[in-house]
Ligand binder design. Structure first.
Ligand code: ZN
Length: 471
């Protein structure tokens, strides 16, 4: 069985980076993500350095462009990685935007250096269509067989998590020894019935599966319930004359939320709803939304139907984008003072930095406002503290200052664009050939333990054998 080394993302939810060892000379890297929240070490710089040997790495495969899956890419390039960076066609459009942002925030402010990195990145990106096998090349001849009959191919399939997201099938064949192995890396799997993107379909089968487990111990409410909760939160803000602050990742969740809000506004038809301002306060999110709009062929059937009926799910009349920093400060002040009902979507998703912080500082202490969590809040992040202590009238520490939480706090888990326990089990169940080894990654320990137990009992019921490796 091929060896898999985890350089992050095995015992925590962030920092995903898995190395599939093909032989002593060749390996593949799947994702190269940044550590966030609790997973972040004291000495961040050390954690960012690529400390493992990359001389055998023939290619990097990117499952999707969330920062916890691609954020260490600049460091990988800095360490001398010159191989292909394989990803889906939409990911290839999004990746340079994400990396540019990551470079500016955490790596360097040197514009020349950023430009050089970007140019190098563009050169190394190899976009591949969904569902097609791609030979992993180690040179420019296009063939991988090194004369001894070893072939390694990868195939990306839609993961339904964010635009461009994929799970990865790796097929390894050694004609000399007759060895044959299929490995699947789930990346982050989306939930079925998520807005905008079609749900993932399971692969035919594999020997080894590296499976995410973010919500390995949770079941999401269904979409109708989710939309109702969103509507209620916004209606409360309308009644109170307050702002709904939604900390969200720029990619994925922001667009899902816009899609859902457009649905509610379209259905509500009341003057109050029609006048509600939806504000995306993030230049980056606005750029991603543009790419989402460009890539309509990747939307699911429902979204396509809406387009045909003349609706514009991601660019409707009440939608405003805040761009410059000055504009951002004005918006915070204006909303905090006037109590004009609005929904503000801003990064970061876990309230660990980003423009959402200024909104929180200005509005947490005012009960007219609401914080609405739509995604996973990592342990140790201010987001988690607000989520946990807010409803009990507690406080949160932001940048060393104490803020009392009087604003309402609610959580909707279904918009997280992550499969829940049932979906994760279905991913395995719907394969024709079940894996004999499953490595659970990308989850807190409680989630991994719960999912491991469920998987083991699933196999037992079917009289099959499995080894579930926990982290
Ligand atoms: Zn993700």
């Amino acid at each position: 069985m091929l060896d898999i080394i985890h350089h992050g993302g095995a015992t925590g939810v962030t920092g995903s980076c898995h190395q599939l060892v093909l032989n002593r000379k060749e390996s593949l890297l799947v994702d190269c993500g940044l550590f966030q929240g609790e997973d972040e070490a004291e000495d961040t710089f050390e954690q960012l350095q690529i400390e493992f040997d990359i001389s055998t790495v023939k290619a990097l495969v990117i499952t999707h462009v969330h920062i916890d899956h691609v954020g260490r890419l600049p460091y990988l390039l800095a360490a001398g990685f010159t191989g292909p960076i394989i990803c889906s066609i939409p990911s290839a459009k999004l990746l340079p935007l994400v990396i540019e942002d990551a470079l500016k925030i955490g790596f360097t402010r040197n514009a020349q250096l950023i430009e050089r990195f970007q140019a190098q990145l563009e050169k190394q990106i190899v976009s591949v269509p969904y569902g097609k096998w791609h030979n992993v090349v180690s040179d420019h001849t296009g063939a991988n067989t090194d004369g001894k009959g070893r072939t390694t191919r990868v195939k990306l399939k839609r993961a339904g998590h964010i635009l461009g997201s994929s799970y990865v099938e790796v097929s390894y064949q050694n004609a000399e020894t007759g060895e044959k192995e299929r490995t699947v890396f789930s990346g982050d799997l989306g939930a079925p019935y998520a807005p905008l993107l079609p749900a993932p379909k399971s692969p035919y089968g594999c020997d080894q599966l590296v499976l995410e487990s973010t919500y390995g111990n949770r079941q999401h409410p269904n979409r109708r319930q989710r939309r109702a909760t969103l509507k209620t939160a916004v209606e409360q803000a309308l009644a109170n004359g307050g702002t709904v602050m939604v900390p969200a990742f720029s990619i994925g969740r922001t667009q899902e939320l816009l899609y859902e809000l457009e649905t509610i506004i379209h259905q509500a038809r009341s003057a109050q709803w029609q006048s509600l301002e939806i504000i995306v306060d993030s230049p980056l999110a606005a750029r991603f939304t543009n790419v989402y709009r460009e890539l309509k062929p990747y939307w699911d059937k429902e979204a396509q139907r809406r387009l045909r009926s003349g609706r514009h799910p991601l660019s409707f009349a009440n939608l405003y984008t805040v761009d410059s920093h000055a504009e951002h400060e004005q918006t915070v002040e204006y909303l905090a003072k006037t109590g004009r009902p609005a929904v503000v979507i801003a990064a970061s998703g876990m309230c660990a930095g980003g423009r959402i912080m200024n909104y929180l500082k200005a509005m947490l202490g005012d009960e007219r406002h609401q914080v609405l969590f739509v995604g996973y809040q990592g342990v140790g992040t201010p987001g988690r503290d607000i989520q946990q202590y807010g409803p009990q009238g507690g406080w949160v520490d932001i940048d060393g200052e104490r803020f009392d939480i009087k604003a309402g706090v609610s959580t909707i888990s279904g918009y997280s664009a992550h499969a829940d326990q049932k979906d994760l089990l279905n991913f395995v169940k719907r394969m024709r050939r079940w894996p004999h080894t499953i490595r659970l990654v990308h989850g807190e320990q409680s989630a991994r333990i719960a999912l491991k137990a469920e998987l083991e009992s699933l196999y037992k019921r079917k009289g099959k054998q499995v080894r579930v490796v926990n982290g």
